[in-house]
Design a binder for this molecule. Structure first.
Ligand SMILES: [Zn+2]
Length: 351
């Protein structure tokens, strides 16, 4: 009797457990970007399938909204030639004298010593990853000597009421400056500048001529001015540093914006920009492990349409996504982004 009771208890427990398994599995879903979401985070998620579809739709909508936001935030402003000049001379004066050359040499020596020590310790196996090898190769020499790169820290504190033409032959105007998005502890303007300065330093260490569109929070350089600044130095590449925001806090990942030939009558510029964008995005994703939102072609960005040199815009992640926002606050993650950009540029210019 007891045996029968026990058996039926076991069967009952088994049935219960099987039921639990289904219940727990059902509400789990994957977002478009591959992030697993728990059904508990949504509302009324009884049917995983339709929720998934809803989520997809929401994501599409958000993507559209994001693009609109991007369009809104990609605005431009105006700046006098004087300011351009002062920015240029600031960049030039920062452009290395003997001091930074000797610093470079010193850091090269340190890197070489470190590499030798590691070899001596028999760490080849550990170092035998693609990235470590590539990094040694990249860090070891002035591999970007002779290349001129314009680094544009997106946004800046400015007069947000000004308007300017979206393209040289367009009647359409957009605000000349936009405030950008923000995270919990920093604004996009602040983040962009931090990353831009880190990138400037890394690129200079590799011998590149680097010009910054701004080096402080305040700016009078509109997006037209920034494009024309890159044109005036005949940059081999202009990279615009930005971060994203979305009304959906789950949206995350890194994307690369590149120009189209809608307004730009220069097939080579468009082709080079796309090639640089793809390579650099790939390297940044490999470094950060972030969700890859891909290449986005944009014809509506003033800063692209006035450009006569290859130009790309990286959206480094969503400051509206709590996890990504926290990452974007850290030097470690910012350095990963910078290293990815640098590796991508080396690949684009050298290979
Ligand atoms: Zn932005």
């Amino acid at each position: 009797m007891n045996c029968i009771k026990m058996l039926s208890s076991i069967i009952a427990v088994c049935l219960l457990l099987t039921g639990c398994g289904v219940k727990h599995d059902t509400p789990l879903m994957k977002q478009d970007n591959g992030t697993e979401l728990s059904g508990n985070s949504g509302t009324g998620m009884e049917d995983g399938h339709s929720d998934k579809d809803d989520m997809k739709e929401t994501d599409e909508e958000n993507k559209e909204n994001d693009e609109v936001r991007n369009a809104e935030s990609e605005q431009s402003g105006k700046e006098t030639g004087e300011n351009e000049k002062s920015d240029k001379s600031r960049s030039s004066s920062e452009k290395n004298g003997e001091d930074s050359k000797s610093e470079q040499k010193q850091s090269e020596t340190e890197q070489n010593n470190e590499a030798n020590q590691n070899k001596a310790k028999g760490k080849e196996a550990q170092k035998n990853t693609d990235y470590t090898n590539k990094q040694e190769q990249i860090d070891g020499e002035l591999i970007l000597k002779g290349f001129t790169i314009c680094v544009d820290a997106g946004h800046g504190i400015a007069d947000y009421s000004k308007m300017e033409a979206v393209a040289p032959n367009s009647q359409e105007t957009k605000p000349a400056f936009a405030a950008g998005t923000r995270g919990i502890n920093q604004t996009e303007e602040q983040l962009n500048l931090k990353v831009a300065k880190k990138l400037e330093q890394k690129l200079k260490e590799l011998g590149a001529d680097v010009y910054m569109t701004r080096t402080e929070a305040k700016t009078e350089m509109s997006n037209i001015d920034r494009a024309e600044f890159a044109n005036s130095i005949n940059a081999d590449l202009m990279i615009r540093i930005h971060a994203d925001g979305s009304s959906n806090k789950n949206t995350r990942g890194i994307s690369m914006l590149v120009p189209t030939n809608d307004y730009i009558n220069n097939a080579s510029l468009v082709e080079k920009s796309e090639r640089a964008g793809k390579i650099i995005l790939e390297e940044v994703i490999a470094r950060t492990g972030a969700v890859n939102r891909g290449i986005i072609k944009r014809s509506d960005l003033t800063g692209f349409n006035w450009s006569k040199v290859p130009v790309i815009l990286i959206e480094m992640g969503f400051m509206s996504n709590p996890e990504e926002d926290r990452l974007l606050e850290t030097d470690e993650y910012q350095n990963k982004i910078v290293q990815g950009i640098v590796n991508g540029m080396v690949k684009y210019f050298i290979n």
